[in-house]
Design a protein around this ligand. Structure first.
Ligand code: ADP
Length: 347
């Protein structure tokens, strides 16, 4: 009904600006139901020479077009600066090929490490890749990609504001970590983090990406809800350690994405820190945290098993030194490549 009223009001042209009164912001507010319409008109001065004339034109047109509300049409004049309505902005994610959420049931299982190394693996396979760190509880991608202290620039294009991502090793990176002090992390929970993330999601000036990997916070919470409702995720992968795999958090994560109203395909489960092989005993595998749990869980839950990654010193070191292990250790990439290939096939 509101839109119907506005489209009628678009028929009134302001004699001075020659724009219709919706477009030039004179119509500030419309509330409407079938039998009652209220319109607030805004003029720079309440004694504006055009105010009375436009008000009576509005009343007359609404009475003609909406006779069922004729007795209840109120048009109010307000003094203020008319603000033309902003055109609805298009999210910058619409230009991204595939958007994948990397999630986990709990923190500390290696979700961020998998995200960073997977991003580099996809880059090595020839894709253009971006990473968005949405883990408000412990953003770490800016450290992993050695971009601590990066201050994103804001630029304007066609009257819209955009945020410029950081670049590292050919990966485009945007992180909630660029905007928060690690000591303030707690206060970013909730509404503030959600609105900041929405901005990062829709206004980051990605440069033609094939893949955007989103490092999600652990668990299932407000941020997941925001992501799911704000953008179309093409898939989700769940990272777990063997001892965490069957716990309720992982199951809840899978169910959240698979929920009929959410409907994000779960591309599969990655088992991280699956075993340890000491350098001096290269043929031995020690399943420190248990064995085969992820495979069994994946089968039982009906989701693909994407692969397992052992405990490797260079993977841990990579997180500390600002260069994910795939960029430095030739023995590591094949673990992530197997996972990447399965993801590509699934998409
Ligand atoms: P999350 O994002 O799930 O909180 P992180 O990616 O920060 O977890 O990883 C937690 C810790 O485990 C980090 O110190 C990281 O370097 C280390 N880590 C993750 N995966 C491995 C691995 N496969 N081998 C060795 N260390 C790992």
């Amino acid at each position: 009904m509101q839109e119907k009223v506005k489209s009628v009001l678009k028929g009134i042209i302001h004699p001075e600006t020659q724009q219709n009164i919706v477009e030039n912001g004179v119509v500030e507010q419309v509330t409407a139901r079938e039998d009652k319409i209220t319109v607030v008109l805004c003029f720079p001065k309440s004694r504006d020479p055009f105010a009375v004339r436009i008000k009576s034109l509005v009343e007359q047109m609404l009475k003609e077009q909406f006779p069922q509300a004729a007795e209840n049409i109120t048009v109010v004049i307000k003094e203020g600066t008319p603000r033309p309505p902003q055109p609805k902005r298009e999210s910058t994610t619409v230009k991204v090929g595939k958007i994948i959420a990397v999630a986990s049931g709990k923190g500390g299982v290696g979700k961020s490490t998998v995200t960073a190394n997977l991003a580099l693996t996809l880059r090595n396979m020839g894709f253009r890749v971006g990473v968005l760190d949405a883990d408000i509880y412990g953003p770490s991608q800016h450290k992993m990609f050695d971009r601590e202290g990066y201050l994103p620039d804001a630029v304007q294009e066609n009257g819209q504001d955009y945020i410029v991502p950081a670049q590292s090793m050919d990966i485009e990176l945007m992180s909630i970590g660029f905007f928060i002090n690690p000591d303030d992390a707690l206060m970013w929970r909730g509404a503030m983090a959600t609105s900041a993330l929405k901005q990062l999601l829709h206004q980051t000036m990605w440069g033609g990406l094939d893949f955007l990997l989103i490092d999600m916070p652990p668990g299932t919470g407000d941020i997941h809800l925001t992501m799911i409702s704000e953008i179309k995720l093409d898939g989700a992968i769940i990272v777990s350690t063997p001892q965490q795999i069957a716990v309720a958090d992982v199951v809840r994560g899978v169910e959240m994405f698979r929920h009929e109203q959410v409907n994000v395909p779960v591309l599969g489960v990655v088992e991280n820190m699956a075993w340890f092989t000491p350098k001096e005993l290269p043929d031995n595998k020690y399943y420190i945290f248990g064995r085969g749990g992820a495979r069994a869980y994946a089968e039982q839950a009906g989701v693909p098993f994407l692969g397992d990654i052992p405990i490797i010193q260079s993977i841990m070191d990579g997180g500390e030194c600002g260069k994910p292990s795939v960029a430095t250790d030739p023995d590591v990439e094949h673990y992530y490549r197997e996972i990447a290939q399965k993801i590509i096939a699934a998409l």
